[in-house]
Design a protein around this ligand. Structure first.
Ligand SMILES: *Cc1c(COP(=O)(O)O)cnc(C)c1O
Length: 389
């Protein structure tokens, strides 16, 4: 008999507690439901936590990636390098700027962009690199920064999975020229929708702030308060990318408990490692001494040569046991828009394509009980027993 849970276990859920709820209700009672004082306070606390000079709160990470590229001057005719193994947002924003994404294969050890393959993709049109810290493991930033310096490229960290990640002794979000974080519902710090763009560069920060709110001159956001003025100027046809105080309220309660949420992620991670290390059919995520991993995604890799079924069937069988999973990611070159627009062919990104066939992200979040964790472990063990060669 298969060990089927009574209730479906989703692969990700946010941790929303009374403190989050009270903070959101407090925003509602204060009547500041758009960008207001709480957004400014959240920016300040976030910047302090990361150790960065500027943090600008936005309605998404995607918005942050977009305005960072624009502020860096990326536009029509330019090329921007990123990894083939990422969420579409990392690359869609390049196209939003009128530039062309240039994808690089992964290093099969880290699953991040392979620094050794970046240089061969650089042309006279290359303006920027977007390293993505996949699953919470930092990219090899020393190598990337060295290449960026040699060719004068802007480095924009996609830190959507990088809340809490450290590369050597440096917090992710302080290493490149700019970085964007996501507070989407499934991320380590969640505000429903939301994001933060960070930089140590005063000029870049000023540009991004203006771009994030209609291109309005600075501080016009408080024009409806007693301190504000009716007068503002539009310096650029900007975007409507600001965060709201409702989100910022939750951002602050989430930030206050980030360390304890991370500690719970770590416990689950180690329990998975201990259980799955015993199964030769599964490769567990690799740890690297240079990294403090954010434990955002627990991605197992199936050793398909030891199994009778493929990854899709494995996922189906876990689902029958009421265990939710996900796949991070369907490689960008496989999506119809990317395939048809840029003419990618099977074999263009061999390491990414081979990895894709093998990966499954298991449930990993602080709300999981010990019983939930044990259910996942037993469900995986049970499926493996059924399908091993
Ligand atoms: C979630 C995610 C994004 C986008 O974040 P949003 O806040 O939803 O815009 C970008 N890149 C990666 C790698 C992500 O996982």
């Amino acid at each position: 008999m298969s060990p089927r849970r009574e209730q479906f276990l989703p692969y990700a859920l946010p941790l929303i507690e009374d403190d989050d709820i009270e903070a959101v209700v407090d925003s509602l009672r204060s009547n500041w439901i758009s960008k207001g004082p709480k957004t400014g306070e959240f920016e300040k606390r976030f910047a302090e936590y990361i150790g960065v000079k500027h943090a600008i709160a936005l309605n998404s990470c995607t918005a942050g990636l977009h305005i960072a590229l624009l502020a860096a001057g990326v536009g029509a005719g330019d090329e921007v390098i990123t990894t083939a193994m990422t969420f579409a947002a990392s690359s869609n924003v390049i196209i939003h700027c009128g530039a062309t994404p240039v994808l690089v294969d992964i290093d099969p050890k880290t699953l991040n962009i392979d620094p050794a393959k970046i240089e061969e993709k650089i042309t006279s049109k290359t303006k920027a690199i977007i390293p993505v810290h996949l699953a919470g493991l930092p990219c090899e930033m020393d190598e990337i920064l060295q290449i960026a310096k040699k060719y004068s490229l802007f480095v924009l960290e996609d830190a959507a999975h990088g809340m809490y990640t450290k590369y050597k002794d440096r917090m992710v979000g302080t290493i490149g020229d700019a970085a964007a974080f996501s507070f989407y519902a499934t991320k380590n710090l969640a505000t429903g929708e939301g994001g933060m763009v960070t930089t140590n560069d005063d000029e870049l920060a000023g540009k991004m702030r203006v771009l994030s709110l209609h291109g309005m001159s600075r501080n016009a956001w408080n024009r409806f308060s007693e301190k504000g003025s009716w007068y503002y100027e539009i310096e650029y046809p900007g975007y409507k990318y600001n965060m709201t105080d409702i989100q910022a309220a939750m951002g602050m309660t989430q930030l206050a408990k980030l360390e304890s949420m991370q500690a719970r992620r770590e416990v689950i991670w180690q329990r998975y490692n201990a259980a799955f290390n015993k199964l030769p059919e599964i490769e567990v995520p690799t740890d690297f001494t240079y990294a403090r991993h954010a434990r955002h995604l627990y991605m197992i890799r199936l050793n398909l040569d030891k199994l009778t079924v493929d990854r899709a069937a494995f996922i189906e069988q876990l689902k029958e046991g009421n265990i939710g999973t996900s796949v991070h990611y369907i490689p960008l070159p496989y999506h119809p828009y990317y395939r048809d627009t840029f003419g990618y062919k099977p074999g263009d990104f061999p390491k990414t394509e081979a990895l894709y066939e093998r990966i499954i992200s298991l449930p990993l979040y602080p709300r999981m009980s010990d019983v939930d964790v044990q259910d996942v472990i037993e469900a995986v063990q049970h499926v493996i027993e059924k399908i091993r060669l």
